[in-house]
Each structure stands twice: as C-alpha cells, then as structure tokens.
Design a protein. Structure first.
Length: 424
C-alpha cells in the first residue's frame, strides 16, 4: 500500500513539473497540495521553519466548526418534527434529538448547502487563479463552511449560489484575494442575501424545514425565533427555557443556535492560538454593557410596554449572548485575522464595539433583530483606522519618553552605574 501511495505521489510530482508555467498550473497545484505537502523549499532569503501554515490554520478552524455542523443537522430535524407534532413534554436527548429521522432531515437540507457553498466558491477561486496566474489560496476553506451555517435552513440553493459568487468576487477577489480583503467574505454573502432576498432571511417561516412550503395551508407550521418573538413584544408566548437557549434546541440559522458548542469551539481556537481571546472577551463585555444600558432604561420607566422596542430592551442583558448569532459571530467571524484589528490594544476596541453595536442594532431595528453580522462588517471597515490610531498613539508615547529622557554627563553616568552595581 505504501509503495502504491509513493508511486502515486511521485507521479503527481512529475505531472506538476510538466504543467509548471502553463495556464492550468494553479488548478493542478491546488489539487496536488490538497493531497500531499508541496515538494518546494525556500532557496534564498531568511525564513523561519514552522509547522503552521495557512492550510493548517484553516483546517483547525474547520475542526472547531464540525461539532456545530453535526448538531445543526440533528436540530434541523428536531425543529421540523417539533413544529408539526409539538415539543415533547419531557425532553430526552437520545429519544427526541439524536434520532435518525432528525439526522436525515439534516442530510437532505444542510449537506446540500455545504456542497453548494464549497462547490461554487472553490470554482470561482479556481477561475480567478487561472486567469490571474497565481496559486489557489486556502482562504475559502473556512468561508465555505461558515456560509451554510449562517443562513436559514430553507434557503434555495440557486440563491445561495448567486450570493457565494457575489461574496467571493466582491468581498475578496477584487481586493487581491486571501489576506487582502477588508470585509469578511462569509458576512458579505450573508449581507447580500439579506438585502437582495429579505423575505428569505427573516420572518417566521424560513427557520424551520418545510415551513415555507406549508404556509397558507391547513398544515401550516411556524418557526419564529426568540429574537423574532421579542421584536414583536411576544416574549410571554415563548416556551423556550434558558437551557434550551444555551444548548441550542431552538430555531435559528443553521449553525448559530448552540451556544454551548460555540463556546467549546472558541476555547479550542484560543488554546490552539488561532483566534484572539481579546476580541472574544471584549465583544462579550461590549454586548453586556449595551444590554445593561437597555435594561436600565426599562427599569427607570423611560420605555413603556407598548413601545416597539420594549421586548428586546427588557430582555435580560446576559441572555443576548445565548440567542441569535451573537456568540457564533464573536467566536468564528469577529476573530478573522485578515479583516479584524491587528494590534493588541486595537483588538479590545474592535471587539467591544462589535458586541456593543450588535445589541444596539438588535433593539433599534426590529425588522432585522439579528445585528451581529452587520456590526462585524461595520467594524471590518474601521479596523484599519483603529490600528492606525493605536500605532500612532504608541509612537507619540515613545517620542515623549525620548524627549523627556535626560542624558547624564560622563562622570555622573559613571557614578550612577557604580551605584547601580552596588545596589544590585
């Protein structure tokens, strides 16, 4: 088996050298490096040998997303059958959630979203690589997994295809490809879907499988999200517990519901040093601060129960973190190393305003109560500005210290050094 594998690898290397310099070389090289490590080494200039590269970084993020994907496949079926038959009185994880019927719904609805996302996105990447004559970059490996997890379960596949083409071309390729884009491509795709097809991105029918098909009929079902209930001041009609919200047994975008698994994924990314804990922590703090402000406004009686903002303003400030896509956005998207802030101090400001603005958009835009994606896109634009002022502030402080520094005369300096040696 090893000899065959070695022969196959050697043949691929021979074919790779045959196509070197030709038009289709980038497409073949992408397939080659996907199967085997490249046989090229650095020949000149200083360089650092390390095990981590872009492909390994992307694969680590995908590993952190796999549990969320698997959970979403079971939850797709669970929400569908619960909407039809009613939620079980005594919930059993094995008998009500981890069932083949639930998983089958996930296979026929979630997996096609993943396949279309990767298929269309990588096709665009290959086309641009061949046209521009550069290697196919691995940046879309994570984007391709994120996209199906942030859309409603019943999103039409053709609609997703159009959005993916738009997001990859406009969100990344026009800026020069992976590492050059200023906007998160997955969020660009989500924003395109929302503004181009708003009826498929909001409401009470798109979050549960077959809710759109059954609309208007005798067997119609509803799948309103928690944020949807709150935006309509119908919080009292919700039957979801805090435990349901935290573990994810609620309707929502495909992969955003389970805060528990998202939290585990975030810890894994922090432990592997792929994602910034500063951005995550500051975003959590920002959302809590904004939620506390809104709770304070309600407690002071400045907003009455008849106000259209009352439902989301009165929602417990900490519960904003366990509903909607806030946790998912903070962990997997705000921490994007390309579009986020680069300086350590800048990451605190960047993350704080993402959390702060996310809750603000939720409350003041009842038509679109999920605000984290818009908040991250907005802060993507301001991330370079934040870093600019952080660096500028550091330079000013260093110049000030240099200006205030006194140069002692030779004799005084010598005595000072002797005194320092004695005390040491």
């Amino acid at each position: 088996m090893s000899d065959k594998k070695l022969t196959f690898k050697k043949r691929l290397h021979i074919i790779k050298h045959h196509y070197r310099g030709k038009k289709m070389a980038p497409a073949f090289n992408a397939l080659h490096t996907f199967l085997f490590a490249p046989d090229e080494t650095t020949h000149s200039g200083s360089h650092v040998r390390a095990a981590d590269d872009l492909k390994r970084t992307m694969n680590t993020v995908i590993m952190a997303l796999i549990p969320v994907l698997l959970f979403s496949m079971f939850n797709a079926g669970y929400q569908h059958f619960s909407a039809i038959n009613g939620f079980p009185q005594e919930f059993s994880l094995m008998n009500d959630f981890l069932t083949w019927d639930n998983f089958w719904i996930g296979i026929i609805k979630v997996l096609p979203l993943v396949v279309v996302s990767y298929g269309v996105g990588l096709l665009v990447e290959f086309i641009f690589a061949v046209i521009k004559g550069h290697e196919v970059e691995e940046g879309y490996l994570v984007t391709g997994m994120l996209v199906p997890l942030i859309v409603p379960i019943d999103t039409p596949l053709w609609m997703l295809s159009v959005a993916v083409v738009f997001g990859v071309v406009i969100g990344k390729e026009v800026f020069g490809g992976t590492g050059m884009n200023i906007l998160n491509p997955a969020l660009t795709i989500r924003a395109f879907l929302f503004f181009a097809y708003p009826t498929w991105m909001s409401g009470d029918k798109v979050w549960v499988y077959q809710a759109v098909e059954r609309a208007g009929g005798p067997d119609a079902i509803s799948g309103e999200t928690i944020l949807g209930y709150l935006a309509q001041n119908k919080g009292a009609e919700m039957s979801y517990s805090v435990s349901d919200m935290f573990f994810g047994f609620i309707p929502g975008s495909v992969g955003e519901t389970s805060t528990f698994l998202i939290l585990l994924g975030g810890l894994f990314l922090i432990f592997s040093k792929i994602a910034s804990w500063r951005i995550m922590l500051s975003a959590v703090i920002g959302s809590l601060v904004m939620g506390l402000i809104f709770n304070g406004v309600v407690d002071q009686g400045w907003i009455g129960e008849t106000s259209k903002f009352y439902g989301l303003m009165s929602f417990d400030f900490w519960q904003h973190l366990i509903v909607g896509g806030l946790a998912f956005g903070i962990v997997y998207m705000a921490t994007d190393p390309v579009t986020g802030a680069q300086t350590n101090r800048g990451k605190w400001f960047y993350g704080f305003f993402i959390g702060f603005l996310s809750v603000m958009i939720r409350v003041f835009n009842p038509a679109y109560p999920e605000g984290v994606f818009l908040a991250i896109l907005l802060m993507n634009v301001f991330a370079p500005t934040i870093d600019h002022y952080v660096v500028r502030g550091n330079v000013k402080r260093r110049l000030k210290r240099l200006k205030n520094a006194t140069i002692l005369p030779k004799d005084s300096a010598g005595k000072a050094n002797e005194l320092h040696a004695e005390t040491a």
